[in-house]
Design a protein around this ligand. Sequence first.
Ligand SMILES: Cc1ncc(COP(=O)(O)O)c(C=O)c1O
Length: 475
Amino acid sequence: MNRENQNKTPLYDKLKQHEQQKNISFHVPGHKFGNVFPDKGKEDFARILRLDATEITGLDDLHGAEDVIFQAQQLLSEFYGSQSSYFLVNGSTSGNIAAIMTVVRPGDQVLIQRNSHKSVLHGIELSGAEPVFAMPEYEDATGRYSKITRSMIETAMHRYPEIKAVVLTYPDYFGRTYELKEIIDYLHDRNIPVIVDEAHGVHFKLGAPFPVSAVDLQADVVIQSAHKMAPAMTMASFLHVQGGRVPLSRLEYFLQMHQSSSPSYPLMASLDLARYFLAAFTKEQKSELMDYVQEIRTLLAQSSVFKLLPLSRKDDPLKITLIPHPSLSGFEIARHLENAGLFPEMATAEQVLLTSGLVPHLDRSALKKTLKTLNCQLKIKSSHDTIKRKNISIPALQTLEANYKDMSFKTPVFLPWKVALGRVCAQAVIPYPPGIPLILKGERVTREHYKQTLSLLEERAGFQNKEIELGMWVF
Ligand SMILES: Cc1ncc(COP(=O)(O)O)c(C=O)c1O
């Protein structure tokens, strides 16, 4: 990689130049670089609207890049060491869908993790492929189902030898990784492409103490939400390809299909700048960041209502997981934190996740005050109040009861829970965040699903299915 080149930001620079030229706009967008805009909000939007151009001469086109966007993507590819890299303006969601549709065809079997993000499931549904689900193993160290192993993948490949592609999530939402290299090597020996949803790992390229990036582990396609852990605007993401198993023209076709034909220039420029930021990140900045994270962890560790999950080399140090006192739930802790003015990334019944940025940014005294408020307001309960949760039992390998094609010909009905039991789920039940389905579309609804959903509702978990308290959509 040429270090000097990485100081360049061709797309951002071109937009600035265009702005400075004070050209006359007789083209869309209708806000005319911010001149036509409601007074209410004008001041806030003004700066960014000056960069909000469209595909006019000189500004290139994401869906046929050959000029400044091409150069910016080229620099991205050089930084990550990929064969080709792309900017995504519709999030990792669009990258996951396009990558999956590229590598599988209708009727193909594809192996995915049971705890995949819904965009992975949507990609498979759209592709017409048939998913085989591998359930990650429970890890005592994390208290979550976070471990995928080579032997799980081998078992799946023996049982379903027709599998054409594998889609893995690495790291999980909490920043936990696993031995991905040996899985990729095993699958590449069989010429099976591996797509990695690295939505939470865009910064792994910075090297230790961050886990190794899936791009460095030679995954065929790696999708990263640059907006999650790097300083890019929301929705702005990266996709990297390498290894020659994935046809680029087919991938580009699906990327066009699943993204706007008017991709946002501020979003793309923020990707250009995010890559520049990562490439310029120094050892000193990294060490300062780690000291800062340790300082925040030490502050948080003083709480009487939660403890911290220890970190190992498999964990992203920027993710801080709080483990509530056994008499409290993660949702309770999160609610009280929010009332005290601290908004976590997400909560589950058992854990609360906080994410740090890549540069020290917190006001320590405000954090101390918040924690003090929390400790005063939230009292641990007596030992007999300990919450006992039973985790749902999910088979290690699973296929769906009904395939997506058959389901597309059926009309779902909404039924109260008790009547829905035993029927096939027509609309995945998805606690949000993290957006990982509890009941999959095409899966038979069990009493265990029902109990798990009820207990999550009791603890006031968020669901995207608004009517879930009453029942569910089934076939
Ligand atoms: C593991 C995982 N994959 C994919 C996505 C989708 O990413 P985006 O929001 O960039 O579309 C998310 C979003 O939370 C995620 O957690």
